[in-house]
Design a protein around this ligand. Structure first.
Ligand SMILES: CC(C)(COP(=O)(O)OP(=O)(O)OC[C@H]1O[C@@H](n2cnc3c(N)ncnc32)[C@H](O)[C@@H]1OP(=O)(O)O)[C@@H](O)C(=O)NCCC(=O)NCCS
Length: 158
């Protein structure tokens, strides 16, 4: 599978919003209920097209992610793959690339994940470790000098 990232543009916002709702509703609704208007407002508040990238597999848009880079770390705010392409290794490959880039920049990678999200297994497998938690989320971190992270030339995407 040819996998790469491209910068998101205004034209991608509808795709990003609907994929976010499609993939996360099943985890959000049991805990908080689902108020479409509230969810739309919340999404509009945190989505940032300049920090978003579209995941393209064999020429097809199959997901997106959003990262925010600060002096010492890269925060992975979002990572979503369309349902019929989940479980095929795309998320793993994207994370490998992110880890390689963060290591090259000597930055840690951080994220937050809902406690009922099976993606926790993926993050643990990739080397993220729990730093703290609140009622609904685990907060995880992969240090810049963490062992076992992939080399830059194995990043898997450009
Ligand atoms: C999480 C996600 C980005 C991973 O991408 P992927 O291409 O499916 O991941 P891979 O095939 O490389 O790895 C499989 C792992 O992804 C996770 N995963 C697979 N399907 C998932 C799903 N529907 N929801 C959440 N995590 C899932 C699991 O940890 C799985 O590991 P396991 O086989 O040990 O259970 C993708 O599954 C997804 O978009 N899930 C729904 C949205 C989501 O939860 N995003 C993360 C928010 S923090």
């Amino acid at each position: 599978m040819d996998l790469h990232l491209r910068e998101a543009s205004q034209a991608d916002i509808a795709f990003a919003r609907s994929l976010y709702f499609e993939t996360m509703r099943g985890m959000i609704e049991p805990l908080f209920g689902w108020d479409q208007r509230h969810q739309e407002e919340s999404f509009a508040g945190w989505f940032n097209v300049q920090q978003a990238s579209i995941i393209v597999a064999d020429g097809r848009d199959v997901g997106w992610m959003q990262t925010r880079t600060s002096e010492r770390e890269v925060f992975l705010g979002s990572l979503y793959v369309i349902p019929d392409m989940q479980g095929l290794g795309i998320g793993t490959q994207i994370l490998r690339g992110l880890i390689a880039q963060a290591k090259l920049a000597s930055k840690a990678l951080t994220l937050a994940v809902m406690k009922n999200n099976p993606a926790i297994r993926l993050y643990e497998r990739m080397g993220f470790r729990l730093t703290h938690e609140d009622e609904y989320k685990f907060y995880m971190r992969l240090a810049a000098d963490a062992p076992g992270a992939p080399a830059a030339d194995q990043a898997g995407f450009s």
